[in-house]
Design a protein around this ligand. Structure first.
Ligand SMILES: O=C(CO)COP(=O)(O)O
Length: 252
């Protein structure tokens, strides 16, 4: 099944509104006419609305980096899926390893967020990935399986047609150590196979699985050449116009 490649930038806690607008405007110009891939940017909450105005008439999609699972209420400091939709978001990154490990998010909490995002017609990007010590002790597949089973608990195949999974080995994030294309492909194939066991092969073959962790202009082409790598989730290299444009315009 044809899967439209998705090249996503996770801007993390970087960029003022003025800086975000500047980058979004540059990207809008550079990404014209790219019909065979989808480009997504995920700015911080404060820049979503202004950036949305820049990208709304372009092919660039807008996403958020997190959200809460209730629609509204006394949840100081939180943002709901409803609010994200209101400012033009189509995607929401959930369960990023920084949310799991710095902010203590559990599979159970992430599962509630995934369900809420789907309920509102937004597309979740569920992040999974092992830590270095887990890889070294041979637990990679088990960790990834547990995160997928936990994150998708209670959901049915019919809810998941717009689900995106991002495999981001924690040891490769922000470290300059990319998983080799073969290492990434091995885990992506495992994830697709496991999704097939849970929801059937037809669905699993249509879902996009992104790789994240030190994706750069010099490794994008070999990553995208792998059968089960359907796109990337880029941190550091998505913050500069030149490097992100090179990644968006991967050869393959
Ligand atoms: O966490 C990431 C994307 O979500 C990856 O970050 P880096 O590309 O900076 O390693």
């Amino acid at each position: 099944m044809e899967r439209l490649p998705l090249i996503a930038g996770n801007w993390k806690m970087y960029k003022t509104v003025a800086e975000a607008l500047d980058l979004a405007q540059g990207l809008a110009k550079e990404c014209q006419g790219l019909g065979d891939r989808e480009v997504l940017i995920c700015p911080p909450f404060t820049a979503l609305k202004p950036v949305s105005e820049v990208v709304s008439n372009t092919s660039i999609q807008l996403g958020a980096q997190n959200c809460y699972y209730e629609d509204q209420g006394a949840f100081t400091g939180e943002i709901s899926p409803l609010m994200l939709k209101d400012v033009g978001c189509r995607y929401v990154i959930l369960g990023h390893s920084e949310r799991r490990h710095i902010f203590g998010e559990t599979d159970e909490l992430i599962n509630k967020k995934v369900a809420a995002v789907i309920r509102h017609g937004l597309r979740p990007i569920l992040c999974v990935g092992e830590r270095l010590e887990e890889r070294e002790s041979g637990e990679t597949f088990q960790v990834v399986k547990t995160q997928i089973d936990g994150g998708l608990a209670g959901l049915e195949g019919k809810d998941l047609k717009d689900l995106v999974i991002a495999y981001e080995p924690v040891w490769a994030i922000g470290t300059g150590k990319t998983a080799t294309p073969d290492q990434a492909q091995e885990v992506h194939a495992f994830i697709r196979n496991h999704l097939g066991e849970l929801f059937g092969d037809t669905l699993a073959k249509g879902l996009r699985i992104l790789y994240g962790g030190s994706v750069k202009p010099d490794n994008i082409d070999s990553l995208m050449a792998q059968d089960d790598i359907d796109g990337v989730l880029v941190g550091g290299a998505s913050l500069k116009l030149e490097s992100f444009v090179r990644i968006v315009k991967y050869q393959g």
